[in-house]
Design a protein around this ligand. Structure first.
Ligand code: 3NM
Length: 224
């Protein structure tokens, strides 16, 4: 991994089976036909999938997540669980993504071990530096733009991302309101990946939306 986090194929794990999060990082929604839409998106070229299921019962999450995890295996996509260290552990997911209120990185590390990816949501420089200090493998940083997918109170935007980019040495995943139309600005600001929900999963053709984002990424950050 380059220590300025700017290489396209950025590996954040240390096992023999490297996981990458660089590129298109897709987060699940809770709408109908999720599995089919995710399948299409993965076909379009998603690097990492985050399973995010708010307000669902554990058994329901487990069943749905297992199907998505299997899809990720088929496509070679990194599979990350949002919020729940215990679910990530139960599934033997590739990693977990923690919000600011989801407990510490050190607890997740203790539970999951060094081989798993731990990401943390951050919204300003202090949170970003703290996450890095705690040992996160990457940070989510947002919101880039207003979004209807989540109630966001802080919108540091691409300017905020450009400012923190030079301060942190772990991969930065831009999130919030990212679309095919504005992704270049997020990539230009230094994002190693763009995290999206609606611009891919609410698109009538999730495969085309994902592949367009992927293409933008590849054009801006050509393979070495
Ligand atoms: N976290 P969409 S914004 C899950 O700013 C999430 O931390 C955010 O969805 C943050 O791509 C967000 O549809 C929602 O805007 C992203």
């Amino acid at each position: 991994m380059s220590n300025n986090g700017r290489h396209f194929r950025l590996v954040v794990n240390k096992t023999t089976e490297p996981f990458s999060i660089a590129g298109v990082y897709l987060i699940t929604d809770q709408n109908e036909d999720l599995v089919e839409r995710v399948r299409l998106a993965l076909r379009g070229g998603v690097t990492a999938l985050q399973y995010r299921a708010k307000d669902k019962k554990h058994e329901e999450c487990l069943t749905e997540a297992r199907v998505l995890q299997q899809l990720c295996r088929e496509f070679g996509t990194t599979f990350i669980v949002n919020d729940s260290v215990s679910l990530a552990r139960e599934l033997d997911a590739d990693g977990v993504h923690l919000g600011q209120d989801d407990g510490s990185v050190s607890y997740a590390r203790e539970q999951l071990g060094d081989a798993k990816i731990i990401g943390k949501s951050t919204h300003d420089l202090n949170e970003a530096l703290q996450a890095e200090k705690e040992g996160a493998d990457y940070i989510g940083f947002g919101a880039m733009y207003p979004t209807e997918s989540k109630l966001v109170t802080h919108i540091p935007g691409t300017q905020g991302l450009a400012q923190i980019r030079s301060e942190v040495n772990i991969p930065v995943v831009g999130i919030g309101g990212i679309t095919v139309g504005n992704a270049c600005r997020v990539i230009d600001a230094g994002a190693d990946a763009v995290a999206v929900i609606s611009s891919v999963l609410s698109h009538p053709r999730p495969d085309m939306a994902a592949s367009t984002l992927r293409l933008l990424f590849n054009r801006q950050r050509p393979f070495p």
